[in-house]
Design a protein. Structure first.
Length: 127
């Protein structure tokens, strides 16, 4: 349990740091309201609804389709997506065939697409 809490905190701090460095957003709890564009908000809300419905893997696949364009707004959506997912309980994740390690790997994949691997390594090499 302690290890999972630690992993959750690392993921949260990494998301906060990237949001601050790249988007000048400093917030304790990243949410959909941080997005300015209505279409981006709708996209993220749809992905979050899929998470809540237990379709995490399908939502993540759609997210990967979105980030292929390498648009910075899709990076912001991805960070908010994983932040939201990271706030889910271990039980919820397990019930929906997902785990905290997959959140970590998902973030690593996203930041790699955008050339930000070195930032992620600062946070994610400890576990």
């Amino acid at each position: 349990m302690f290890e999972q809490d630690y992993v959750m905190r690392l993921i949260k701090e990494m998301v906060r740091t990237i949001l601050k460095l790249l988007f000048n957003i400093d917030t304790e709890s990243p949410t959909v309201e941080l997005l300015d564009n209505k279409e981006e908000k709708e996209t993220l809300e749809n992905l979050l609804d899929m998470i809540d419905a237990g379709k995490i893997n399908e939502a993540e696949n759609r997210l990967y389709d979105l980030i292929r364009d390498m648009d910075m707004s899709s990076l912001e959506i991805a960070l908010l997506f994983y932040s939201y997912l990271n706030d889910k309980s271990d039980d919820f994740l397990e019930e929906n065939d997902f785990c905290r390690e997959e959140i970590k790997l998902g973030i690593e994949n996203v930041v790699d697409v955008f050339g930000l691997t070195s930032i992620a390594k600062i946070f994610l090499t400890d576990f």
